[in-house]
Design a protein around this ligand. Structure first.
Ligand code: M6R
Length: 365
């Protein structure tokens, strides 16, 4: 059942500290500052030999993949790409024996992702699944992979799967990096940060009431913008996807740097902007973009680092999140935005666990 919560979605949001603990359990070697991912079935030699990591998925799993791409590039300095699974399949993908393909899917049954797995296997790539549902088709066909251990996700809107996927992708990035360029000390530091994720998520969950109050200001909206840069760009995408899916508000995500290349024309007093402004690379630039939004009268909800007064004064409302590196903040800020969309949808009286036109797993193309 819903364990006392009004909706499965809220229950699953609150399960995240535990789900992430389960996803990373037994997969961290603290002393050597690396990850243990035996499900990948790759020898140390194979781990350094392949030249490119290709990540495929759809929807929320695709957004998680984007975080994975950034993390692999920045930790391991190796080539990583993420592709929408259907695109991958229909574009005569350049993929072969020098590639590791990771297919991300909560359900393990998504038709487009499964087709991409088959295609990649046909072309001779090493294929691994990052799947939640044990024994699902993608898990079986990939043959190797990492289970999320997030527990069953009932709500159509994916929440804990995303934060577990990102947690495990950080471990993948760490593993690849430690086999290549990353020092043990740096690895140890990152393992500590990853182990700290559940506690940080818990701190965000404690803001639930405050976030519910802020949500009251957004129930009449027809449109919204979400902006972020770097690691915060996939967070903007995921935040906007969740908002569209459960509240039926048209929410668009843009890289903050893209605003002035067109979309800023849409901004006025009726176009609220949700901005990922927490401390980290590119933050000042995003704050600058927020000032441009305010100059066009767009109301701004900023996700900011606790105690960051400078960012706070640039916003109409703020959700404060604990200070952490941006690759960890992808999870922390996403949880804040999950709660935000949940409360907006609840206040609008939407059918949260079963949004119109959607199914939990998309087994047709
Ligand atoms: O089961 P999968 O992870 O393969 O599902 C992929 C998407 O259909 C899924 O993430 C969808 O976007 C969610 N409803 C988003 O909340």
């Amino acid at each position: 059942g819903k364990g006392g919560y009004d909706h499965y979605m809220l229950k699953e949001i609150f399960e995240q500290p535990e789900a992430i603990r389960n996803a990373i359990r037994g997969r961290i070697d603290k002393d050597r500052g690396t990850a243990i991912l035996s499900g990948l079935g790759l020898s140390p030699r194979e781990l350094v030999d392949f030249q490119r990591l290709l990540i495929v998925g759809c929807g929320t799993s695709l957004n998680a993949g984007l975080v994975g791409e950034y993390a692999v590039e920045s930790f391991a300095a190796m080539l990583a790409e993420v592709e929408q699974a259907a695109e991958f399949r229909y574009r005569n993908p350049i993929v072969g024996s020098k590639d590791l393909v990771i297919a991300i899917s909560q359900s393990g049954e998504t038709a487009d992702t499964l087709a991409a797995v088959r295609e990649a296997i046909d072309k001779g790539a090493l294929v691994a699944g990052l799947v939640n549902v044990v024994g699902s088709t993608i898990a079986r066909e990939a043959g190797r992979g990492i289970y999320l251990h997030a527990g069953p996700e009932i709500s159509v809107a994916s929440t804990k799967a995303f934060t577990c996927q990102v947690s495990v992708l950080l471990l993948v990035a760490l593993k690849l990096a430690r086999g290549r360029r990353m020092s043990r000390d740096e690895g140890v530091k990152i393992t500590r940060e990853i182990l700290g994720i559940p506690a940080l998520v818990q701190q965000v969950l404690e803001k639930n009431d405050a976030i519910a109050k802020i949500a009251n200001n957004f129930i009449k909206c027809e449109h919204m913008f979400y902006i972020g840069r770097g690691y915060m760009y996939p967070v903007a995408l995921e935040g906007a996807l969740k908002m569209k899916e459960i509240s039926y508000i048209h929410a668009e995500a843009y890289n903050a740097a893209e605003l002035k290349h067109g979309p800023i024309a849409l901004l006025d007093g009726n176009m609220p902007v949700v901005a990922l402004m927490n401390r980290g690379p590119g933050q000042e630039k995003t704050v600058g973009n927020v000032e441009e939004c305010r100059a066009r009268k767009a109301p701004v909800l900023g996700v900011i680092t606790e105690g960051d007064e400078e960012a706070k004064v640039a916003c109409d409302w703020t959700i404060e999140v604990p200070d952490c590196p941006h690759y960890i903040a992808t999870i922390v800020c996403t949880v804040a935005l999950q709660l935000f969309s949940y409360h907006v949808a609840r206040l609008r009286g939407c059918s949260i666990d079963q949004p119109r036109n959607l199914a939990k797993s998309v087994t047709v193309e």
